[in-house]
Design a protein around this ligand. Sequence first.
Ligand SMILES: Cc1cc2nc3c(=O)[nH]c(=O)nc-3n(C[C@H](O)[C@H](O)[C@H](O)COP(=O)(O)O)c2cc1C
Length: 314
Amino acid sequence: MNFWLAPLHGITNYHFRNCLARHTQGISTAITPFLPVQSHERLNVKKWNDILPENNTCFFTIPQLIGNAPSHFVDTIVELQQFGYQHFNWNIGCPAQQVVRKQRGCGLMPFPEKVEEVVEKVLTHTHCGFSVKMRLGMYSIEESYQIIQRLNNYPLDNIIVHPRLGIQQYEGIPDHHYFHQVMELSKNQVIYSGDIFDGSSYQKLRQHFPKLETVLLGRGILRNIFLAEELTNEITMDENRYRRFSDFYNDLSITLLSYRSKNGALSQMKELWHYFYVFFSLTPKELQKILRINSWQEFDDYIQELIRKSLTIN
Ligand SMILES: Cc1cc2nc3c(=O)[nH]c(=O)nc-3n(C[C@H](O)[C@H](O)[C@H](O)COP(=O)(O)O)c2cc1C
């Protein structure tokens, strides 16, 4: 099985990706959080630190794009190819209201002809590998059937499916039944994304889809940064995991402080602790206590103590 790092906007930026790569194993490829496509005149990709090749030496990196104008995709991809990228992913799964309202992300799923238009234009005007990341639909599963059928006419790198509807956001459980239907219907390779949090959710996925070759890990790898290697080696947990987490956390802290103010670094770190707290088996109440801390130093002292306790108990 190949494990790829899922894109999480505001979280899996290159600083995080590089820290993850320095301290854990098992991830081969990362898809970046989305970047908006632009027309040639408005494009300044040099500002896109997240995809500059020098910032992406650890994982094989696939830039993710968002937008809906076919010519903007061509302009952006041609520019990014000069940085050496040959594979791109298109986000038609983001269900955030401000994105959907502009008929981007999942807001495009009810319009299969528009999806096809972009794919057709990209494949005829650029020589790149192109893939799509989608949900089952914005409002209805029918939407993905329509899109998959149209995309069957094009040789895509793959289609990544997060098997929920946009209107569900992250509610409910990923629908394996409809994921199966999509897999059967698609002539392109299908990749899975959604709620792989531990060995048990992963085993269930493997039982349901023995032919699956690639899985994206998102919130699961934030909850347990060693998830990919634990799943690869079929181990429940590495006995040195708290020592290694400590090294990762210290590296991440130094990294965050190298480019942000203490307040900025604190708010970024708090974002991450919405997930990391699971690794320490903290309760939501204990998490709230951490999130109320308002100074970097106090926060760091608290976390160092938490890690120290975990090291002595385990
Ligand atoms: C905070 C957050 C930000 C996300 N940002 C992106 C994004 O930029 N592009 C994208 O395709 N998916 C994005 N996703 C969706 C994830 O890539 C993934 O498909 C989804 O979370 C389900 O997988 P998981 O349960 O492994 O996290 C985001 C999800 C979350 C929770």
